[in-house]
Design a protein around this ligand. Structure first.
Ligand code: ZN
Length: 232
């Protein structure tokens, strides 16, 4: 017991709690009425969830998000963090959770941060690169978290840049950061939170990275470095 405590105490993320939200359950497209049901999203209603995108060859965003999230979870746990996931499977016969549940995940357990993992699906010619989305300052929803969430966004961007990923060339500002007020997943959080669009799945060269185990490991490395930077 004593040895366990000593070992835990020296791990860099011991005592921290991280919520990972792997966007879109794989089976969402099989449950349209459940997925289209309106839920609270922070002062307005939005559909429970969407189906997500895919590569042109059909590799689903849900599977990409799941596999990166599991790899990230394992890295954070090995650093001593407690990790909670908003879904525990990637299956065609499951749907959800809805954005309101994803948004509130972490509030009751007083987690240190929440990161939502996504891939984007832009058809704009040449669109590629990652971007990190932080919540806008919307009273009363995010006034308490938008500042630390921006810090978290900057740390995650630094981590992904360090893993060799370029910032998105199709998002206004061009700095790899975006601020949005329309996402229930961010609006309903009481803990620092960001959503990452790790790459454009409709871009052939980026899809090649996102569909490879090595590419996904590199995304997980970059995210882990960024979260560790934020958690200090
Ligand atoms: Zn998505």
């Amino acid at each position: 017991m004593l040895a366990t405590l000593v070992a835990a105490a020296v791990l860099p993320l011991a005592g921290t709690t991280v919520v990972i939200d792997p966007g879109h359950q794989l089976g969402n497209h099989n449950f349209p009425s459940s997925i289209n049901r309106l839920v609270p999203a922070g002062g307005f209603d939005k559909p429970c969830n969407t189906t997500g995108t895919a590569t042109n060859a059909g590799y689903p965003e849900a599977t990409f998000a799941w596999e990166v999230s599991v790899a990230l979870r394992d890295r954070l746990r090995s650093l001593g963090a407690r990790v909670v996931m908003t879904r525990s499977s990637n299956r065609e016969d499951r749907w959800g959770p809805c954005v309101d549940v994803r948004g509130r995940a972490g509030n009751r357990i007083d987690a240190d941060l929440k990161v939502s993992v996504h891939g984007d699906g832009s058809y704009a010619a040449g669109a590629s690169g990652f971007h990190v989305i932080a919540p806008a300052d919307r009273s009363p929803w995010t006034s308490d978290i938008y500042r630390p969430s921006l810090r978290l966004a900057g740390a995650v961007r630094t981590g992904l840049l360090g893993s060799g990923f370029p910032v998105a060339n199709y998002i206004a500002g061009g700095d790899g950061l975006d601020v949005r007020s329309d996402l229930g997943t961010l609006n309903l959080s009481d803990i620092p939170t960001v959503m990452v669009e790790l790459g454009n799945m409709r871009n052939a060269s980026e899809a090649a990275v996102m569909t490879s185990a090595r590419g996904r490991a590199r995304y997980a490395d970059g995210l882990a470095t960024g979260l560790r930077r934020f958690l200090g």
